[in-house]
Design a binder for this molecule. Structure first.
Ligand code: ADP
Ligand code: MG
Length: 329
C-alpha cells in the first residue's frame, strides 16, 4: 500500500488499441505528486483514451499505469477513491439544477443529506456559480458555466488527483481564465495533482509545470514548457510565401545560411540564435532568386514550434478538422 501522500501518476509502456488502431502507443510518463501536468495534442491524438485508462474507465491493451501508487487494473477501486474526473463528453442532466446534481453526487459518495447540501453550497461558491439563481436548470447554462459545474462535480469527494479532459475547449477567454484560476488554487492550496488535457498551446504553456505533447498515440516531446522551447533554439524567423513551391525553393536557396530550417506548407521557418542578424542576408538572397515574401516575422519559439519540429506539422490549435493536415493558405 502506498501512503495517501502519494499523488503521483506513473505510466509504463502503455498501449491502448481499438481494433487495429492504437490510440495510445507505448507511452511512458512520470508525474510527481503536486504537479500540474499538461497533456497537449491535436484532436484525435489519443488524449481522452489515456485519461480513460488512467481513470479506470478503459483497460489498457498492454503496459501498466499507477495512479497514487495503485495499479489502474488490479486496484481500480483504490484509484477511484483517490481521483476526481471531468470527462470531455459527459452530458449533465439538463433538467436538474446545479445544487441538485452536486447533492446527488455527494450522496453517492456517502455524505448525509445535510453534509451533501453543505458540500454543494461550498463547491458552487468555489467555482463561482453561487450567484446563479438556485432554480436555474443546467440546460440553460452557458458553456463556461457547464465546465465550471463539471469541475465542481469532480471535486465532491476532495480528490488527491484530478483529471480534466479539455476543460476549456470552446470557452471564451474569460471563462477559460476562471477555470485556470481554480485549477491553480486547487494545486497550490490543496496540493492536488492535476492531469489536464488540452489542444491549446497557450493553456499548456501558462498553466502546466510540465507538458507532454502527444501526436497519433506517441509522445513526441516532454518537459517543462521552458525546457521544450529552449530546445527549439532561441528565435524563429517565419517566412511566408504565396505558394508551397516558393517555400521549397527558398529552403534550397537558404541552404548555406546559419540556422536550421523547417518547411510547413507555404511557410518556411528558420531557427537561429542570431535571428535578427540573419534577416538582412536572408532577404537579400531570396530577392536575388526572385522569391517574393508575403510575410516575415521574428518570434520567440512557442510550443507550436516544438510540435512542428517533432512532427513536421502545425498543431492547428483548437481546430476540429482532422489532424495531420499541413498549414494551408
Ligand atoms: N471507442 C472508440 N472506438 C474506436 N476508435 C476510437 C474510439 N475512441 C477513440 N477512437 C480513436 O482513437 C484515436 C484517439 O482518440 P482520442 O483518444 O479521443 O483522442 P483525443 O482525445 O486526443 O482527441 C482517434 O483516432 C479516435 O478516432
Ligand atoms: Mg479527447
Amino acid at each position: 500500500m502506498s501512503s495517501p501522500a502519494d499523488r503521483s501518476i506513473v505510466v509504463e509502456n502503455l498501449t491502448r488499441c481499438y481494433g487495429d488502431l492504437c490510440a495510445v502507443d507505448s507511452v511512458d510518463l512520470q508525474i510527481d505528486s503536486g504537479r500540474i501536468f499538461g497533456f497537449l495534442g491535436p484532436n484525435g491524438a489519443g488524449k481522452s483514451t489515456l485519461v480513460k485508462v488512467l481513470t479506470t474507465i478503459l483497460a489498457p491493451t498492454s503496459g501498466r499505469a499507477l495512479v497514487g501508487g495503485h495499479d489502474v487494473v488490479s486496484e481500480g477501486h483504490q484509484v477511484r477513491s483517490l481521483i476526481g474526473v471531468a470527462l470531455q463528453d459527459v452530458g449533465l442532466d439538463p433538467l436538474m439544477t446545479a445544487s441538485e446534481l452536486l447533492q446527488l453526487q455527494a450522496r453517492l459518495f456517502g455524505h448525509t443529506p445535510e453534509a451533501a447540501r453543505d458540500r454543494g453550497r461550498l463547491l458552487l461558491e468555489r467555482v463561482g456559480l453561487d450567484d446563479v439563481p438556485a432554480e436555474k436548470r443546467v440546460g440553460a447554462y452557458s458553456g463556461g458555466m457547464k465546465r465550471r459545474l463539471d469541475l465542481a462535480l469532480a471535486l465532491v469527494h476532495d480528490p488527491a488527483i484530478l483529471f480534466l479532459d479539455e476543460p476549456t475547449t470552446g470557452l471564451d477567454p474569460v471563462s477559460r481564465a476562471e477555470i485556470w484560476t481554480e485549477v491553480r488554487r486547487l494545486n497550490r492550496d490543496q496540493g492536488v495533482t492535476i492531469f489536464l488535457t488540452t489542444q491549446y498551446l497557450e493553456e499548456a504553456d501558462r498553466l502546466a509545470d510540465e507538458v507532454a505533447i502527444i501526436s497519433r498515440g506517441h509522445i513526441v516531446a516532454q518537459g517543462s514548457p521552458e525546457e521544450l522551447k529552449r530546445e527549439v533554439g532561441q528565435e524563429v524567423i517565419s517566412l511566408v510565401f504565396a505558394e508551397d513551391e516558393d517555400a521549397r525553393q527558398a529552403e534550397d536557396v537558404l541552404g548555406q545560411l546559419d540556422g536550421s530550417r523547417q518547411l510547413a506548407g507555404r511557410e518556411l521557418l528558420v531557427y537561429s540564435a542570431k535571428a535578427a542578424e540573419l534577416v538582412p542576408s536572408l532577404v537579400r538572397r531570396l530577392d536575388a532568386h526572385g522569391l517574393v515574401l508575403k510575410g516575415l516575422s521574428l518570434a520567440q519559439p512557442s510550443l507550436d514550434d516544438v510540435f512542428l519540429r517533432a512532427t513536421g506539422e502545425r498543431m492547428e490549435e483548437g481546430d476540429d478538422s482532422h489532424l495531420g493536415e499541413k498549414v494551408e493558405p
